[in-house]
Write a protein that binds this ligand. Structure first.
Ligand SMILES: Cc1cc2nc3c(=O)[nH]c(=O)nc-3n(C[C@H](O)[C@H](O)[C@H](O)COP(=O)(O)OP(=O)(O)OC[C@H]3O[C@@H](n4cnc5c(N)ncnc54)[C@H](O)[C@@H]3O)c2cc1C
Length: 470
């Protein structure tokens, strides 16, 4: 609980309307999109500008009160679960698009702007902001920046980090700093912009961001390649890229996912094949036509049983929307959905998919696998029931083996969803002790009192690695 002194000081900063410590409000913000994590904050506070954020941080730093910055709470790593109580910081008043600069091709926004609102605002002007997480209808730019979110267009265009060029950030001591700017080049000192992107609310509060825009591609085409053999689908991914074609989108869905997505979206997706690649290319019409033709040839050489090219934009949109709905579709199967984020070099996709299937079989679970095959980023997603403790133990063991396999193949425990509280115990598997020590040094330099989103990224204890025998 906050002391009366802290409470009074916070109310003086934000006014009574923007401070809430009622039980109901604290309950609402006690969890996020991650299953199995819940912990009550002490209060929920909604600042109106960077100066208020600065005053709040000064008070919390002085009294050792944890701060949990929160966008829409759609993260899947318990990144906004207030595991150590404290103040949840909302950005509902800081949700404005401040400027679209068509000369410098930038947009400057406050952190609470919804990703899709930003995309719609700039597309009206013929501009393009590529990062498109499937949650973009509800996620905020502040959340995207702090998780370094990716999306379907990541293979060709990169992820959020590649578009953040300037930030206004409030440090735990209340200092307001600016990093980068509307600059194509800037090597003045350490690159704090890139450090803050993906920092999961553990170093600072982002209060403004300047993002790079690019011209809207002239045209795009979408196709599906269907396979009866998972490895053939995975081989096609590597071969398309080895043919020096970088598609905008190169997504993988296994049969289990296809079935649940079709059941949900009803758009005529094939459910009698083992795997599907959803492939998209954009650019000048002649380049798109040439690439799509070449990709179709490669897929046929790799034994695709059928190639379907979307005839209209509506058809293409239906395919993209179906892919984006994969998580929601799997979530209909059972009460609890656990989505993971194992990522491997793309040449190892076939081995990773094979391992996931073996692990699923071994632990007798329902795991649907889909993901950004071109990025090597797979989302094995388990439909389960948190009330079934015996099954949950098997789920935990299965995911530990999946992480272990990803690392063995030269990969990582998370490609885009972040570490949060959920994957913190596994971070050492990827970074080793020395890597964790280096990162803790950075955390200590910015946040010596550990008020920024404590309990995230760094675990009290690491999970023991087990040697897996299959
Ligand atoms: C259905 C579904 C689909 C998804 N699809 C994708 C996908 O395709 N790609 C992908 O990468 N992710 C995806 N996600 C995960 C999630 O949507 C992203 O991580 C997203 O960026 C989170 O945005 P948010 O506004 O909900 O942030 P939150 O979940 O509220 O916060 C995320 C992190 O950012 C921090 N934070 C938020 N705002 C600030 C700020 N102003 N200053 C400092 N720290 C801050 C929080 O403390 C937390 O650590 C999906 C999630 C769901 C539920």
């Amino acid at each position: 609980m906050l002391s009366n002194e802290v409470k009074e000081k916070l109310i003086t900063i934000v006014t009574k309307e923007n401070f809430d410590d009622s039980k109901i409000e604290r309950l609402v913000y006690s969890y996020d999109a991650t299953p199995n994590y819940q912990s009550m904050p002490d209060a929920v506070v909604s600042p109106r500008n960077a100066e208020e954020v600065s005053e709040i941080l000064k008070i919390c730093n002085q009294y050792g009160v944890p701060i949990v910055p929160r966008g829409s709470g759609t993260n899947l790593c318990a990144g906004t679960c207030p595991t150590e109580g404290g103040v949840v910081l909302l950005f509902k008043h800081m949700n404005k698009i401040l400027e679209i600069d068509e000369e410098n091709l930038t947009i400057t926004v406050q952190p609470g702007v919804i990703t899709l609102d930003l995309i719609n605002a700039i597309e009206e002007k013929g501009l393009f902001y590529p990062p498109d997480p499937s949650s973009m209808k509800i996620s905020t730019i502040g959340g995207n920046i702090n998780e370094n979110s990716g999306g379907l267009r990541g293979l060709k265009y990169g992820v959020t980090r590649d578009y953040v060029i300037g930030l206004e950030a409030v440090l735990p001591n209340g200092d307001i700093i600016r990093t980068g700017g509307k600059l194509a080049k800037d090597v003045a000192g350490y690159d704090l912009t890139r450090l803050f992107v993906g920092s999961e609310g553990t170093l600072c509060v982002i209060t403004e961001a300047t993002l790079k825009l690019i011209p809207m591609p002239e045209t795009r085409k979408t196709m599906l390649a269907l396979y009866q053999d998972l490895s053939a689908a995975a081989r096609s991914v590597s071969k398309i890229i080895a043919n020096k074609i970088i598609p905008t989108t190169l997504e993988f869905l296994d049969q289990a996912t296809l079935k649940v997505v079709e059941d949900y979206a009803q758009i005529g997706l094939p459910t009698d094949v083992q795997a599907v690649l959803l492939i998209e290319q954009d650019g000048p019409p002649e380049v798109v036509d040439r690439d799509i033709q070449k990709i179709a040839e490669v897929c046929k050489q790799e034994n695709a049983v059928s190639i379907q090219i979307a005839a209209t934009e509506e058809e293409a949109m239906a395919l993209r929307t179906a892919r984006r709905a994969a998580l929601s579709a799997v979530a209909r199967l059972k009460p609890t959905t656990i989505l993971e984020d194992a990522t491997v070099p793309r040449s190892e996709i076939a081995n990773m998919v094979k391992a996931i299937n073996e692990i699923t079989e071994k632990y007798q679970l329902t795991i649907c696998t889909f993901g950004h095959a071109g990025d090597g980023n797979l989302h094995p997603t388990c439909a389960t029931d948190a009330r079934d403790h015996e099954e949950m133990e098997r789920v935990e063991k299965a995911f530990a083996e999946i992480f272990e396999k990803a690392i063995e193949l030269g990969g990582t425990i998370t490609g885009e969803h972040g570490v949060g509280a959920m994957k913190a115990p596994y971070l050492e598997w990827k970074l080793k002790k020395e890597g964790i020590t280096a990162m803790k040094g950075i955390k200590q330099a910015f946040d010596p009192n550990n008020i920024m989103n404590p309990g995230k990224v760094f675990a009290k204890d690491s999970k023991k690695r087990v040697v897996i025998t299959r």
